[in-house]
Unconditional design. Structure first.
Length: 253
């Protein structure tokens, strides 16, 4: 059973539809100092960027493999991309569990994919999830600091963020070139000068959600095909934050 700190707020259940305790409604909302977005929460980087690069890499090494969105989402259950490629090769009878040559093929595919991604991601069909750019704009106008964390390379993450949300809105971008992704949220908080208690995170995967909550951040999970059918507001973020902050925390005993 998930703890209150690790609850997931998904697009199908809008935050403003939640029943609110009358005493909570009577209190003013606590001020958020920062909102940190995993880049994969801001846009579907996995399917629109990584999947397409893998398909091009398969073709480059002479394999007739093309991952559909549905197949790629299945493979995302595996922890890293090498395991996903190896699982696909085994499924198609290209390799076996203990195939040394297959390890070299996986290396070749992943290396080709990394180069293709760097070269093509800014031209890929990647758009921000509906409503999130408007939310970022409103938060920025309200004086709330905006941070982005990503497991990608800074060479393409920074220009992609500018493409998605514009110039001068995001205060801090933390990438895999800066720190291990496990500590990206802590570094973002430090650079923003914000405390986890007064901030909110949007994670793009369950793994990223775990890292955000480990940093003490109340966290919203947005992954897969999640989109928002109505505009998100800063007040909605504050409501989620307050719900988490006021909820009883698990005992340390």
């Amino acid at each position: 059973m998930q703890s209150t700190q690790q609850r997931t707020w998904r697009a199908g259940r809008f935050w403003w539809d939640w029943p609110q305790p009358s005493e909570a409604a009577a209190r003013p909302l606590k001020h958020l100092s920062a909102v940190i977005f995993d880049l994969d929460a801001l846009a579907d980087i996995e399917c629109s960027g990584h999947r397409a690069a893998f398909n091009a890499a398969f073709a480059e090494v002479g394999l007739n493999i093309e991952w559909t969105v549905a197949r790629y989402r299945q493979l995302l259950a595996l922890r890293d991309e090498r395991r996903r490629v190896a699982a696909e090769l085994r499924k198609r009878g290209v390799s076996s569990e203990c195939d040394v040559l297959a390890e070299l093929l996986v290396d070749e595919i992943c290396a080709a994919k990394a180069m293709i991604l760097d070269e093509t991601i800014l031209d890929a069909d990647i758009v921000a999830r509906m409503g999130l750019v408007e939310l970022i704009t409103e938060a920025f106008g309200a004086g709330i600091a905006i941070g982005i964390v990503s497991s990608g390379r800074r060479t393409w993450v920074e220009p992609l963020v500018r493409q998605l949300v514009g110039e001068g809105v995001v205060s801090v971008i933390v990438t895999a070139d800066d720190v291990p992704h496990a500590s990206a949220y802590q570094v973002a908080l430090a650079e923003l000068g914000a405390s986890a208690r007064d901030s909110l995170a949007f994670a793009g995967s369950p793994a990223s959600q775990r890292k955000a909550t480990a940093a003490g951040l109340p966290t919203v999970l947005i992954d897969g095909d999640d989109t928002f059918g109505a505009p998100l507001r800063v007040s909605d973020c504050q409501r989620v934050h307050d719900t988490w902050r006021d909820a009883p925390k698990p005992s340390a005993a």
